[in-house]
Design a binder for this molecule. Sequence first.
Ligand code: UFG
Length: 329
Amino acid sequence: MSEGKILVIGGAGYIGSHVVKALNESLFAVTVYDNFSTGQECNLFPDNKLVKGDILDSAKLEQTMSEGFDAVIHLAAKKAVGESMEKPDFYAKNNLIGSINIFNAMLKNGVQNIVFSSSAAVYGTPQYIPVDEQHPTNPINFYGFTKLEIEKVMNWYSELKNFNYIALRYFNAVGYAADGSVCGMEKNPQNLQPIVMENITGKREKIFVFGNDYETPDGTCLRDYIHVEDLASAHVLSVKHLMKNHSSHIFNLGTGKGTSVLEIIQSVERVTGKKVNYEIAPRRAGDPAVLTASSKSAETVLGWKPEYTNIDDIIKTVWNMELKNNGKL
Ligand code: UFG
């Protein structure tokens, strides 16, 4: 007997595969739906059923959901902030239309519960720190706009239909499964942690620190780095909550602690014993100096608490994954 039947859309991706792993460990029966545009075959687990499909393919979504699921987890989205400003049409199609296809396929098949992968990008420039869920939402990039609009559609559907949702607003996702079971390694990473690791593993000659003149202790930006296994556990709790309570919520997921760009670099150097080749560069447009989360709601309602709070412990999981996948390092 399983705890429930879950469809994980985007389940072969970086966060999706960790979510699938956590669901498997909690004895859910999981089907992965992925188009492998960024997901990888090596991130699949043998226990899970696989449907190769795109979220723009409504017929395939409807056919897949006709099997019946207790909940859907939707992590299939384009997520590069810079690219979203250059190709808003592409982001609108994939993120907005793709999500609506998922919701409509759910309605058609009587699937009532969804956990949605949202982002701190919905808040835009923070007006106060730590950011809680009551903070005004004012995205400053098209990616963040798509996440906010999808939340609003879910909110309307929850008012009008038999539809319950939990939107999880991730802060900065980092780390890998501590047991090395997710092969990871994104193609063309855009975020700090994978970029720094690419320098360590010789894939990138040099990295740039975008600004060291911010009003922070070392002048570089502070972010709230949350381990991907802690994100994954929040999805499991959200699914359980939806199945039991049928109520909709929005939760921030972060640790509440700010870590600077230089502190990430120093941690990588400590953990790997290698030097990071970096250069201070001008500020990147749109970067707030500090962005940290209040996750009190997730703690109170879901009983969620991040286990990883030390940056070296987080970076160690990344290094383990690299050593496992590239033993010659
Ligand atoms: N940074 C560098 N050099 C790089 C890359 C990043 O100095 O090569 C700096 C950035 O300027 C920033 C910090 O590292 O200060 C983190 O940058 P990321 O690009 O890794 O992450 P962001 O905080 O910009 O954004 C990420 C996700 C968003 C999400 C946000 C939520 O990309 O989708 O976290 O906190 F909305």
